[in-house]
Design a binder for this molecule. Sequence first.
Ligand code: PHE
Length: 341
Amino acid sequence: MKEKLEQLKNEARDALGGANTAPALESLRIKYLGKKGEITAILKQMGSLSAEERPIVGQLANKIREDIECAISEKATELETAALLERLVSEAIDVTIPGKLCSVGRRHPTNIVLDEVKDIFIGMGFEIAEGPEVELSVYDFDKLNIPTTHPAREWTDTFYITEDESVHLRCQTSPVQVRVMEKQRPPIRIISPGRVYRKDEVDASHSPMFHQIEGLVIDKGVTMGDLKGTLNLVVSKLYGENTKTRFRPHHFPFTEPSCEVDVQCVVCGGNGCRTCKQSGWLELLGAGVVHPKVLAGCGIDPDEYSGFAFGIGLDRMTMLRFGIDDLRLLFENDLRFLTQF
Ligand code: PHE
């Protein structure tokens, strides 16, 4: 029996040496020290021993049990320490690694200029109005006195949404004039920025989607002189005091008289260059005195009230402001371009 105990001791020692996990250690504890374990089994057989042998074997068995208990708890501590070390290594944070750079966006150049323009007009008592981009042809054409034969109404020019041509993507911001005049009584002073759509091929100065800023002033006694004064002020604030403007006669169905307004080329100062196609001037907007038919159609008496309207090309304005020579840059979302502003 003594030999058996010694053998058990050696076996347990070897087994413990190979136990590398807490569960393995626990199953060894049960195997040797448990109620149905091997030492208990030996102790149960003590009855068959002689009276002299019994205390000796008993003592030895207890000693071996203590040894095994002791070895198990030592091994447990060893395993815990190893596990802790492993966690410390695997969960370690290297505080010297540079942090992840969080890139912050910035304003698009078109929005920068739009904000400047808004500020100028708000400073003159204008309000901002908005209208839908999917527009009724009644607002974008009929109520603006645009005849059914006008080329802008062709399917080749306009993105129609319905077969009957009653709904389309607005081709100008001018329908907002009508929407405001139908709802609001004069005096009216609004600007209305937004996206407009035309079936244009993409090139350095054309895009099927671009931006306009519509302007409308309706009051008693408003004239072409007020239009000139207002637009000259805006140009001088945006491009500098001495920037010259040129008002050229033009035709729009919804204004009479009508004009187009050019600014002196900001690139060459009027001497002629590639940007202004050697003319010294850059076209900026269309404008005019609101047609009496348009006023009457919106329930405003043209004998009592008059007004002016204009439509500025915001993208063109942005290009001039920052010296950008290709419209496509404004829509391509290339960060190399956008981060320059
Ligand atoms: N809507 C015109 C265009 O897109 C511009 C304009 C607006 C002209 C208001 C006169 C008055 O060309």
